[in-house]
Design a protein around this ligand. Structure first.
Ligand code: BEZ
Length: 217
């Protein structure tokens, strides 16, 4: 069964481009973003990993560690990193897991559907899809998204979703569609108007169940 939000994510020990890691230990007290890709030395993947490298300061600012994974081996990962760095114009500091036996891909359910059909598995089916898992310091899954091979991910959206998760966790609020840091949050319906006034001062009531406020500084 696939991972669900609030499940503790599988722990594992794996070889990476930066040495052996134990996943839960590596996460430590940080947030973590695990993102899979189908294959090293491929065009879409190179642009995606370049995008992640360019966001290095942004992940650090948010206390988040990023780690990539594919079914290729450590030596390929190390060589491919040099292409990623050329493309990004910056170092790619994050590790890439070498999931050559598919153990992690299977544990996180990152393989395409055909792979699970008995007798239908081909080498191409062993390529992971483009998944992103945002994991909290409690090692629980907070968010996941999956894209097909042909569509490169929007890592600005991954960053925005991380901001929304961190804000909603820290303040017990929700965030509206397209929300960005600094914009009004949604007051939970469990908070009555009186308590909302005390906590947020002014707030906007669009419907009794949809109230927006600025977070206190
Ligand atoms: C890519 O462009 O990232 C890609 C192309 C073919 C297979 C896997 C990945």
């Amino acid at each position: 069964m696939s991972l669900r939000i609030n499940d503790v994510v599988p722990d594992f020990t794996a070889e990476t481009s930066e040495g052996t890691i134990n996943f839960h230990e590596w996460i430590g007290d940080s947030w973590a973003i695990l993102f899979s890709h189908p294959k090293d030395f491929t065009p879409v993947c190179t642009t995606e990993f370049g995008a992640v490298a360019r966001l290095d300061d942004e992940w650090t600012k948010r206390g988040a560690k990023v780690i990539g994974i594919s079914v290729d081996g450590v030596e390929d990962h190390k060589k491919w990193k040099s292409d990623i760095e050329t493309y990004a114009g910056l170092p790619a500091k994050f590790p890439i897991i070498a999931d050559t036996d598919l153990a992690v891909s299977k544990a996180f359910d990152m393989l395409p559907a055909e792979y699970y059909l008995p007798g239908n598995a081909t080498p191409a089916d062993s390529q992971t899809v483009r998944s992103v898992f945002i994991i909290g310091p409690d090692k629980k899954l907070k968010l996941s998204m999956t894209y097909p091979m042909t569509v490169g991910r929007n890592f600005a959206e991954v960053l925005r979703a991380l901001d929304a998760l961190q804000t909603s966790t820290a303040n017990t609020v929700a965030t509206p569609a397209d929300w960005k840091v600094g914009e009004p949050i949604i007051i939970p319906t469990s908070v009555n108007d009186e308590a909302a006034k005390e906590k947020y001062g002014e707030f906007e009531t669009i419907f009794p169940y949809l109230r927006k406020a600025k977070l206190p500084a």
